[in-house]
Design a binder for this molecule. Sequence first.
Ligand code: URA
Length: 333
Amino acid sequence: MKPSMRLDKMLAHEGYGTRNDIRRLVRKGAVTVNGRPASDPGMHVRPREDEVRVHGRAVAYREFRYIMLHKPAGVVSATEDARERTVLGLLPDVLRRRGLFPVGRLDKDAEGLLLLTDDGKMAHGLTSPRKAVYKIYRALVRGVADAADAEAFAAGVTLDDGYRTMPARLTVLASMPAPALAEAVSHYGEPPDGEGISGGFGTPETVAAPGAERAQAKSGAREETLSPDETGDGTVPEMLRAARRLAEEPFLNRSAWEEAVRDGAAVSWVEVAIREGKFHQVKRMFEAVGKKVLYLRRVAIGPLRLDPALAPGEWRELTPEEEEALRGQGRET
Ligand code: URA
């Protein structure tokens, strides 16, 4: 960051409007620098040291902004779209004016961790497949995911367009019949807070369908499987919550879920770690092994975890520690 910059440039960067808007604010005497009204919008200030206020409120200058959004289903990961609601629409105007963009995409029917920033260098470091930053997803898939699928993901699968994926890690957390899961959802009402539900419904081990042993093959992925409660409150509550979202949220793939229930099909709750971001990649990887993704949620980008306190549609700034951890990412491989 430059040690000094024009006052109007600093305020425009922080979302106070165009240079003309800022000139008007200055003319009205609404802007002070170190306690004195500013008279020239072109005056130089030192953003780290000088105290700049607008209408008495201190302006915190940040070169870049980093926003963690719990993306809900039904909005697209774009800065603008002629027909669809975008993730930018979930943020206040002052942030929208910063020129934030999403780091990697999540499908309209996917939920979970989306990072938005105006730091292009960091975004590149996190999305370039050569930099080996793993994105971790939890998904409900139709079928019994098993060790053979995990081995296929580790070796790389061939997508419908002939592309062979880089090594990915698949961990099967639990499998069970879809009707039993649907019944558990209606039986338990509101998603549980973790406590109690495992006791009444069975631990992940007891719900595992035959053949769905915890499968994980060596994939070259450096990251370990997240602990079941690292981004939620345990495998079973998480799986129930996903099924409940499917039953209630119109932008998710409800028809495919209802079909699985009607057919008495098995479903599996899985974790997938990939370092690439091809179009519909996780869904197409499962298609390549004959399974359909019913629900998809991103829970981690490298060291960054989706904050369980954020409900779908909610956001917060990254903490300095989270920012620092992300900055350490992006080693070339
Ligand atoms: N893979 C997908 O299929 N969809 C996403 O939104 C992200 C990864």
